[in-house]
Design a protein around this ligand. Structure first.
Ligand SMILES: [Zn+2]
Ligand SMILES: [Zn+2]
Length: 340
């Protein structure tokens, strides 16, 4: 019986009579709170706020003092320091499937290091995730004979993309090679910042299989760990994007993926493409040369035309040329430290 319930009963003047129904309710409550405690404990461990040893000890003491929900995670405090990490890995593996990841060398600024270091950073492999999805649907794999009606329903979503899918170079190449339509998957890409805690934000890169609507995480980067050489994080983002690009361009034997949609808000968009920001001193738009003061007057803007001069490759090259100046350093004749 919960303390609150006991006190209510007492103030109501009733004796402590425990009816069975109330007891069952309490068991449920204890169980639910045990699960909450487990979730809280694991979240702290996953975010690096508590060590494996602390997690095992807290779980152990919780269980020993009658708590529920962490029986399997507890480890005697004498053993926890040495075996905590292994113990958690072993028990959590039963609960969470380990995702298949590749490791990519990414320049980052880590808390423990001084300056920029190269870190082997995990990223999931998009083709692998799509393959698993198709296998689970019975559309791929040896002896897969999907029902024609099921395949037709599965492909129904394609009608929304019209020429984007049919005319996509990857799709056209795959069809020419004799790929079945259900093995050429239309994919959308999503990139955004995720606020996790007050001080910890992530950049997340996701992909969606547009036929099933299933969105999956490809990689995450901590904002605080992005390279800060002056690149606004581009050094860290680039190798992961490059890994994704290679995977998407690779001629996989069993499936192909064509990216036909790309979702990101403005900050994510400029981050992903390495474009200028809205606070740029020349013009805020990465595509045209609109002035800040005219920013809100849309004027004769349409999907195909823009009233301002476009910021194209030529204008970009001009900006670059005017930003760099060749400098000549005069060296006094006879200076022995300079070899000519
Ligand atoms: Zn950098
Ligand atoms: Zn513009």
């Amino acid at each position: 019986m919960s303390f609150k319930r006991a006190r209510t009963l007492q103030t109501a003047g009733g004796a402590f009579t425990i009816d069975q129904e109330a007891e069952a309710e309490d068991t449920e409550l204890i169980k639910a709170n045990g699960q909450k405690y487990r979730k809280f404990l694991l979240e702290r461990y996953a975010s690096g706020l508590s060590t494996a040893a602390d997690t095992c000890i807290l779980a152990y003491l919780h269980t020993e003092s009658g708590g529920r929900g962490t029986e399997d995670l507890g480890l005697d405090p004498d053993l926890a320091t040495k075996h905590g990490a292994e113990h958690l890995r072993c028990h959590l593996a039963k609960e969470y499937e380990k995702p298949y990841v590749d490791y990519v060398a990414v320049p980052m600024v880590c808390k423990k290091s001084i300056g920029r270091v190269s870190v082997q950073h995990p990223t999931r492999v998009t083709s692998d995730m799509l393959r698993k999805e198709l296998l689970a649907l019975g559309l791929l794999g040896e002896g897969a004979k999907p029902d024609a009606k099921f395949v037709a329903e599965h492909l129904e979503a394609d009608s929304e993309y019209m020429a984007l899918y049919e005319g996509h170079p990857v799709a056209q190449k795959a069809f020419a090679e004799g790929f079945r339509r259900e093995h050429v998957v239309p994919v959308s890409v999503y990139f955004d910042g995720v606020q996790y805690t007050k001080n910890e934000n992530f950049l997340g890169f996701y992909m969606t299989n547009l036929r099933t609507g299933k969105q999956q995480l490809v990689w995450l980067l901590r904002l605080s760990e992005l390279c800060s050489c002056g690149c606004r994080g581009w050094c860290s983002v680039f190798p992961l994007l490059e890994h994704f690009r290679r995977d998407m361009c690779f001629d996989h034997q069993d499936l192909r993926a064509c990216i036909i949609d790309y979702k990101a808000d403005w900050p994510a968009y400029i981050e992903l493409c390495g474009f200028r920001t809205w606070s740029h001193n020349l013009h805020p738009c990465p595509i045209c040369t609109v002035q800040k003061k005219d920013f809100l007057s849309v004027g004769t803007m349409t999907l195909y035309t823009c009233p301002e001069k476009l910021f194209d490759q030529t204008s970009y090259d001009e900006v670059v040329a005017s930003s760099f100046r060749a400098a000549r350093i005069a060296v006094p004749a006879g200076n022995p430290s300079v070899t000519r």
